[in-house]
Design a binder for this molecule. Structure first.
Ligand code: NAD
Ligand code: MG
Length: 330
């Protein structure tokens, strides 16, 4: 774990492309660290006003990229290739560094920067608003750094400098590779964090409701309580969670958990990982993006129509009113 970087290496301008979750946090943290920043946005971008109000210099992508020492890609991963091809490549200054917060576009070859440019990653391990808030509080968000191309011989030091300038030095900087970061990130979100958890919640809910239990009860049991359990796991690991629950829950967890999520699930996980490593998943997603993301739109409306989402919306609205009510009485 590295705790520092030489911010003094960032002598020129940093062009931050995009002003979303990560973009606003990086731009503001860099500026507060004394780095010269220009945010690059589309002329019609709705973020322009927000960036200007925050006191940042804003320009078009081309304006920001010209004469920048570092160009930071903080637009969605699926939009990075088009942005690079259409607005970045022709405007890159000699020797400018390309910096990414996730390895997708470089690792899967969507962007192939010419020799002569450093290509690095600084990936904060947290959402943008946390990256900004912790910095403001005098702390930072841990970050992974990696080097894909080291033209200057100083790419690693520059990545460390950038990580320090966004506050990550205070929390810890870990070295990885574009391959490791990209593949493990995709696997985590698909198999466990987003895909796996969603499917587990839906199956649990459906099993109870199909057996005649009230959807409201099933919602609280299979979705709502998950947060309380995850908070315990986050605090002190799986043991801490098992310590906090009843002995009955603990015994059931050990005995029945592996019967439900059995070896076949692990085999499915291996298949998912292989599709990531082989590039099959990336090809599937890139083809989907080229078609205008029709399947993604379909998945979204299917999920919105699922009973657990309907029930959840109603119950959360109710809970919100109750909380306000209590507050009003107090
Ligand atoms: P986001 O969707 O929050 O924001 C993207 C921004 O880019 C928006 O302001 C959008 O208007 C702008 N944009 C889109 N297309 C553009 C274009 N053609 N030209 C200029 N601006 C354009 O994105 P995000 O979640 O901050 O992700 C940015 C990068 O950070 C991605 O590589 C992502 O993988 C990575 N990352 C995100 C998180 C996270 O928690 N959100 C964490 C770590 C890394
Ligand atoms: Mg991730």
């Amino acid at each position: 774990m590295i705790k520092t970087g030489d911010v003094g290496l960032l002598t020129g301008k940093v062009a931050v492309l995009g002003y979303g979750s990560q973009g606003h946090a990086h731009a503001l943290n860099l500026a507060d660290s004394g780095i010269q920043v220009q945010v690059g946005l589309r002329p019609e971008s709705s973020s322009r006003a927000a960036a200007e109000e925050a006191g940042l210099a804003v320009g078009t992508v081309a304006e920001a990229v010209k004469d920048a020492q570092v160009v930071v890609f903080l637009v969605p991963d699926g939009d990075q290739k088009a942005l690079y091809d259409n607005e970045v490549a022709a405007n890159l200054a000699d020797g400018a560094t390309l910096l990414f917060a996730h390895g997708f576009a470089i690792h899967f070859g969507l962007i192939e920067p010419p020799a002569g440019h450093d290509v690095v990653m600084v990936a904060p391990k947290g959402p943008g608003h946390i990256v900004r808030r912790l910095y403001e509080e005098g702390f930072g968000t841990p970050a992974l750094i990696a080097v894909a191309q080291n033209a200057s011989g100083q790419a690693r030091e520059l990545a460390l400098a950038y990580a320090a300038a966004i506050g990550s030095g205070r929390a810890g900087i870990l070295e990885t590779t574009f391959k490791e970061e990209t593949e493990s990130d995709l696997f985590g979100e698909q198999a466990v964090l987003c895909g796996g958890v969603t499917q587990l919640i839906k199956y649990g809910f459906e099993t109870l409701v199909e057996a005649g239990y009230a959807p409201e009860v099933a919602y609280y049991e299979c979705l709502h309580e998950l947060k309380l359990i995850v908070d315990l796991i986050y605090e002190g690991g799986l043991e801490r969670m098992h310590y906090s629950i009843s002995d009955t829950a603990e015994f059931g967890s050990h005995v029945v958990g592996p019967r439900v999520v059995d070896e076949s699930v692990k085999e499915n996980m291996r298949v998912a990982l292989k599709a990531i490593q082989d590039g099959d998943f990336a090809r599937e997603w890139i083809a989907e993006m080229e078609r205008g993301r029709p399947s993604l739109a379909e998945y979204r409306s299917e999920l919105a129509a699922h009973q657990i989402e309907q029930v959840g919306k109603r119950l959360r609205a109710l809970g919100h009113r109750e909380v306000q009510g209590v507050h009003g009485v107090g």
